[in-house]
Design a protein around this ligand. Structure first.
Ligand SMILES: [Zn+2]
Ligand SMILES: [Zn+2]
Length: 280
C-alpha cells in the first residue's frame, strides 16, 4: 500500500496547482539542447510532474528515461517498453533486458506497448505477439501498462483482455477512440489519457469521451514532441503545453481548471503509485 498516496503540491494559491504530463518523450533526438530548458518552461507553466516514456529503435531510450528520472527524482518517473513500431526488434534478449529495466524502482509502468495498424512499421502478427508478451512482462514486474493503440481498437482490447492486463491495469495513452472503446477499456481497469487531440475541432468523439468519462479515471498528457494542442498545433510540442489540453478538458466537462488539475494530478499519483513534485 501507499504510505503517502497524494503528496502533490496543493494549497489555496493558484501557483500551488500542478499538472502532471503523464506521457512525454524527452529524448535527445527531439531536444538536442537537453531537457533543462524544456523542464524549466513546463515548471513555469505549472507542470510539476512528468512521466518520461522510454521507447525507440533500441532499449537506449528506456535507459535514458531511467537516467533522467534518477536525475530529477521528485518530478520525473520513467516508463520502459517497446513501441509497436519497433516490435520487429524485440527478440527474447530484448525482453530479458526490458524485464531488468522495468524492474528499476524509477520505472512506474511498462510502455508504451500496443498496436499501430496505421503505420504498420512492424508486421501486425509480430506486433500482436510482442504486445501479448510485454503484457506478461508487466504482470511479472507488477507494474501498470501504457497502451498505444492506433487503427486497431478490437485487437488491442481483445489482447488486453486475453492476456490478463486487468491484473495490473494502466492507461490508454493519447486517447483517440470512441465511447464504446472507452467503456471497454475502463471496464478492464484502464484509465484514459487525453492529449492535444482533444483540442482539435474535428475530434468530436474524443471530446465526448473527455466530457463524460469518470473524473477519477482521466489523465492529461502531451505526447511531446508530437501532437501540440491548439494554439500550437503543427509546431513541436513540449510538456508546458499540457496546460492547454487540461483547460480544454475542464471546459468540456464544465468544471474549473483548478478542479481538473487537482483531480488529474491525484489520478496520476494513484495510477503510477507515486507522488510528483515537492511534498505538500
Ligand atoms: Zn503512442
Ligand atoms: Zn508516446
Amino acid at each position: 500500500m501507499l504510505s503517502n498516496p497524494f503528496p502533490f503540491r496543493k494549497g489555496p494559491a493558484a501557483e500551488d496547482l500542478v499538472l502532471i504530463d503523464t506521457h512525454c518523450h524527452l529524448d535527445a533526438e527531439y531536444f538536442p539542447e537537453g531537457p533543462e530548458a524544456v523542464l524549466a518552461r513546463a515548471r513555469a507553466a505549472g507542470v510539476g510532474g512528468f512521466v518520461v516514456v522510454g521507447v525507440g529503435r533500441s532499449l537506449e531510450p528506456a535507459r535514458a528515461a531511467i537516467a533522467l528520472a534518477k536525475r530529477f527524482p521528485e518530478e520525473i518517473a520513467a516508463t520502459a517498453g517497446v513501441h509497436p513500431h519497433d516490435a520487429s526488434m524485440c527478440d527474447e534478449a530484448c525482453v530479458a533486458e526490458l524485464h531488468a529495466l522495468a524492474s528499476d524502482p524509477s520505472v512506474v509502468a511498462v510502455g508504451e506497448i500496443g498496436l499501430d495498424y496505421h503505420y504498420d512499421h512492424s508486421p501486425r502478427d509480430v506486433q500482436r505477439g510482442v504486445f501479448a508478451r510485454l503484457i506478461g512482462l508487466a504482470r511479472e514486474v507488477k507494474k501498470p501498462i501504457v497502451v498505444h493503440t492506433r487503427s486497431a481498437p478490437d485487437d488491442t482490447l481483445s489482447i488486453l483482455e486475453a492476456e490478463g492486463a486487468r491484473e495490473v491495469g494502466g492507461l490508454i495513452h493519447c486517447f483517440s477512440e470512441d465511447m464504446a472503446f472507452a467503456k471497454r477499456a475502463l471496464d478492464i481497469g484502464f484509465d484514459l489519457s487525453f492529449s492535444g487531440i482533444v483540442t482539435f475541432k474535428n475530434a468530436r468523439a474524443v471530446q465526448e469521451v473527455a466530457a463524460q468519462a469518470p473524473l477519477e479515471r482521466i489523465l492529461v498528457e502531451t505526447d511531446s514532441p508530437y501532437l501540440s494542442p491548439i494554439p500550437y498545433r503543427g509546431k513541436p510540442c513540449e510538456p508546458a503545453y499540457v496546460v492547454h489540453t487540461a483547460r480544454k478538458v475542464a471546459e468540456l466537462r464544465g468544471i474549473s481548471f483548478e478542479t481538473l488539475a487537482v483531480e488529474t494530478t491525484r489520478n496520476a499519483s494513484v495510477r503510477f503509485r507515486r507522488g510528483f513534485g515537492a511534498p505538500a
